[in-house]
Design a protein around this ligand. Structure first.
Ligand SMILES: [Fe+2]
Ligand SMILES: [Fe+2]
Length: 185
C-alpha cells in the first residue's frame, strides 16, 4: 500500500461524488474506535479493499463505494446501546444500508458488502468475494485503530494478522472460484 489514497486518482474518481455529499462528510464528526473518526475509518476500509479488488481483478467500483458507505450511521459509538432491535453490531449495517440507498443507487453486490460487513458478529455469510474483502479489511482497520499507541506486541500481532489474512484470501482465491462472479455487476 505505497500510495496514499488521495494521490490515487483512479480510486478518487470512483468515490468523489460520494465524498462531496454532506451526509458522507458528516461522518468526520463521529469518533470511531476512540482514536479516529468514522470518515477516516470508512476511507481506510474502502481504499484497502479497493487495492485488493484491483489486484484480484474484482469489482473495484463497487468495493470502493460500498466500502466507503459501510458505516453510514449517524450516532456516536458511546450511544450504541440505545440502538435497540438486535443491538448495534446487528443493526448498524442495516441502518447504513438504508442511509446509503437514500444517497445513491446500489447494486446487489454493493448492498451485500454493506449489509454483511459485520460477519462474525452476525451470522449471515457474505455472498461475494468483494463482501469478504470488506469484512476482513474492516476488522483489519478496527484492530489497527485500536492498536494505535498500544504496546509493540499488539502492533506486531496486527502486522502478522494482516499477512495471514492476505495470504489466506490469495490462497483461497487462486485455488478455486467458490463465489458468484461479480466483475460485470
Ligand atoms: Fe461497521
Ligand atoms: Fe467499519
Amino acid at each position: 500500500m505505497s500510495k496514499f489514497w488521495q494521490d490515487d486518482f483512479e480510486y478518487v474518481a470512483l468515490i468523489e461524488d460520494l465524498l462531496e455529499l454532506e451526509e458522507v462528510r458528516s461522518l468526520e464528526k463521529f469518533k470511531h474506535h476512540k482514536v479516529t473518526n468514522r470518515l477516516a475509518h470508512s476511507i481506510s476500509v474502502s481504499y484497502y479493499s479497493y487495492c485488493l479488488a484491483k489486484r484480484f481483478k474484482l469489482n473495484t467500483r463497487a468495493i470502493a463505494r460500498a466500502g466507503l458507505l459501510h458505516d453510514l450511521f449517524f450516532y456516536e459509538s458511546e450511544d450504541k446501546h440505545e440502538v435497540g432491535g438486535n443491538g448495534h453490531n446487528w443493526e448498524h449495517p442495516r441502518i447504513a444500508l438504508e442511509n446509503a440507498k437514500k444517497l445513491t443507487e446500489l447494486s446487489d453486490l454493493e448492498c451485500d458488502i454493506i449489509e454483511k460487513h459485520m460477519f462474525g458478529a452476525t451470522k449471515e455469510l457474505p455472498k461475494y468475494k468483494e463482501s469478504w474483502i470488506v469484512t476482513l479489511m474492516d476488522k483489519r482497520a478496527a484492530i489497527t485503530e485500536l492498536a494505535v499507541g498500544g504496546h509493540s506486541i499488539v502492533k506486531s500481532a496486527v502486522s502478522r494478522y494482516q499477512e495471514v489474512m492476505y495470504n489466506s484470501f490469495a490462497t483461497a482465491y487462486l485455488a478455486h472460484e467458490p463465489f458468484e462472479q461479480t466483475i460485470d455487476k
